[in-house]
Design a protein around this ligand. Sequence first.
Ligand SMILES: [Fe+2]
Length: 179
Amino acid sequence: MSETKMTAPPSTLKKIVEVPELFQDLIDKRGTKGRFVGAEEKDSPWVPFGENAAIKHLAFDVRQNIYSNILWMKGPGVVGTHKHRGYVVMMCLEGSVRYLEYPWVATPGSFIYEVPGEAHTLVTEHPDGVKLFGWMQGANEFYDENGKFVMTADVWWYMDHYESYCKEHNIPINEELYL
Ligand SMILES: [Fe+2]
């Protein structure tokens, strides 16, 4: 089989095409499925995070300490200094956001990548705040305004944040969130 360098999708036919798979039996037996979380409150509610912010949880992976969500700050505000012990992949969806420590401002479509060991202070000065999609791995250490360690937030904190709110408001747990 010779390969051809692709410069555009090799097919634009609106049709499901059968493709070869050597290990279909193993995939069926040992594989897992992809997930879909809709945009409605019933799919995953906005869970308050302080007075001015909310988190919509999207995924929890307890094997790899991964959690994904959208952080919504509803107006100008700050998420105080925190230190990452894993990586963070984020995209600004609405509004704008920056860190006091860096020179840039993220606007809709901006991509952000953070690495273990970074500590920074998240600020939105946009009148409508920010909606920030994130896919995070590992723990986040949160500190108070005097630099005193408060707590470590990892996949279990995010899961508890989601489940406690659902329980309190009689919202069924969405199993699609659990990878
Ligand atoms: Fe961060």
